[in-house]
Design a binder for this molecule. Structure first.
Ligand code: SF4
Length: 382
C-alpha cells in the first residue's frame, strides 16, 4: 500500500522524503505542490527531479475523498458530501461572506457525544477520520472553488472551523497534524486566529491543544447550569461546567485570541428563558471570581424530526441576547446560511442519521453525483 501524502504535515512529509533518501527541501516543494497548487499527479510537479517523481509514483499517492454530492444554496453556500467508505459519509460546507470564505470541516464519521439538539449526534459514532480525510475536505474545496470562482490561483478559503460532524478533540491525534497543515505557510497559510476548533468540552484535550497547537477555541455551552447541560450535552457528566470554564481560562493563556467563543443553541422553552440568560451572564462573569473572557454566539436551532425540539422564537432570542448584552457580554446571533440545502449548523448529514440505510442512500447519491459533479471532478475523485 502506498502512502497517502495528504496524511502528512510538513514534518511528516520530511520524514517520508528522508525515507526515500531525499532532502528536506524536496518535502517542502512537494508539500507546496499538493496544498498550494492542488496537484494530484506527480507528473505535474515539473520542478522535482524525474528520479524523485519515479520514486514517488512507486511509493506514494495523493488521494482525496470521492464526492458523493454537491449542493449550492441560493446564498452561495456550498455543501459537499464525501464518501469515507463502508457506508459512511461526511460533509463540509463553504460559507462565503463579503470579507471571508469559511469552510466548516468534519473530524469524525458520526459522533459519540450525542448532544440532544444535533442531528450528527443522533446518527451515533462510526469512526475517526484520518488526518488525510480531514485535510481532503479543505484540499478539495479550496482547489475546486478556485476553479469554480475563477480566482486565477487566488486563495478562496480564509477561515476554517472544525464544526462539521464529530467532536474534533476526540480525534486529537489526527486533528493536530491537519491543523498544522492549515497553518503552515507552505500549506494553506491560515492565521491561528482564523482556524477554530469547536468542542463540546473535552477538558484534558483543551489543555493539550493549548500546548500543542493553540488556535481559536469555540465551546458548545448550550446551558447555564450542570443540571440542564447534563441533558443537552452528555459529556457534561464527565466534565462539568466549572471544570470546563477552568480549562477555558487555562487555554486563554495560549490562545491567539483573548476570548473564547461560547456557542449556545436556542431551544424553545428548554434553555432560552430570561432566567437562563441571567444565569449564563452570572456564570461567565463570576466563575471563580474572575469570569471567563468570552463572546456568546446564539445559534437558532435547526429542527430535525427525531429531536423533539423546537427553534426558539425570534423574540426569545432577541430578549436573551439583550440580557447578555446589557450585562456587558459581547453577544451575536448566528445568521443561518444554506437553509435550503440543510447546511445550517447541527444539520450536517441530517439525512444520514439512520445508519441502516446509508449504503443504499450512498448508492443513490453516487448516481446523482455522476449527473451533478463536473466530469473532471467525478473522474479524478471518484
Ligand atoms: S454538537 Fe458536536 S459534539 Fe455534540 S453530538 Fe453534534 S457533532 Fe457531536
Amino acid at each position: 500500500m502506498t502512502a497517502n501524502l495528504l496524511d502528512y504535515d510538513l514534518e511528516g512529509l520530511a520524514a517520508f522524503c528522508a525515507s526515500l533518501g531525499e532532502k528536506r527541501f524536496r518535502a517542502t516543494q512537494l508539500f507546496r505542490w499538493i496544498h498550494q497548487k492542488g496537484a494530484r499527479d506527480f507528473a505535474q510537479m515539473t520542478d522535482l527531479a524525474k528520479s524523485l517523481r519515479e520514486k514517488l509514483e512507486g511509493s506514494a499517492r495523493i488521494e482525496g475523498l470521492p464526492v458523493l454530492t454537491q449542493h449550492e444554496s441560493a446564498d452561495g453556500t456550498i455543501k459537499w458530501l464525501f464518501d469515507v467508505g463502508n457506508g459512511d459519509a461526511v460533509e463540509a460546507v463553504f460559507i462565503p461572506e463579503d470579507d471571508r470564505g469559511t469552510l466548516c470541516v468534519s473530524s469524525q464519521a458520526g459522533c459519540a457525544v450525542g448532544c440532544r439538539f444535533c442531528s450528527t449526534g443522533h446518527q451515533g459514532f462510526s469512526r475517526n477520520l484520518s488526518t488525510g480525510e480531514i485535510l481532503a475536505q479543505l484540499w478539495f474545496a479550496e482547489h475546486f472553488l478556485r476553479a469554480h470562482l475563477e480566482t486565477h490561483g487566488e486563495r478562496v478559503i480564509s477561515n476554517v472551523v472544525m464544526m462539521g460532524m464529530g467532536e474534533p478533540l476526540q480525534n486529537y491525534a489526527a486533528l493536530v497534524p491537519a491543523l498544522r497543515v492549515m497553518l503552515d505557510d507552505h500549506g494553506y497559510g491560515l492565521s491561528r486566529r482564523r482556524v477554530t476548533v469547536s468542542t463540546s468540552g473535552v477538558v484534558p484535550m483543551i489543555d493539550r491543544l493549548g500546548e500543542d497547537c493553540p488556535v481559536a477555541l469555540a465551546v458548545s455551552l448550550h446551558a447555564p447550569n450542570d443540571e440542564l447541560r447534563d441533558k443537552l450535552v452528555p459529556l457534561n457528566r464527565k466534565y462539568p461546567i466549572a471544570e470546563l470554564l477552568d480549562a477555558c481560562n487555562r487555554y486563554l493563556e495560549h490562545a491567539p485570541r483573548d476570548f473564547i467563543t461560547f456557542e449556545y443553541c436556542m431551544l424553545d422553552g428548554v434553555n432560552d428563558q430570561p432566567e437562563h440568560a441571567r444565569q449564563l451572564a452570572d456564570l461567565v462573569q463570576r466563575h471563580r471570581g474572575r469570569g471567563v473572557s468570552c463572546k456568546l454566539n446564539l445559534i437558532p436551532f435547526n429542527p430535525f424530526p427525531a429531536s423533539g425540539l423546537v427553534r426558539s422564537p425570534q423574540q426569545s432570542v432577541q430578549a436573551f441576547a439583550k440580557i447578555l448584552s446589557d450585562a456587558g457580554i459581547v453577544t451575536t446571533v448566528r445568521k443561518t446560511r444554506g437553509d435550503d440545502i440543510d447546511a445550517a449548523c447541527g444539520q450536517l448529514a441530517g439525512d444520514v442519521k439512520d445508519r441502516t440505510r446509508v449504503d443504499r442512500r450512498i448508492a443513490q447519491q453516487r448516481t446523482v453525483m455522476l449527473k451533478q459533479v463536473p466530469a473532471d471532478t467525478a473522474t479524478k475523485e471518484g
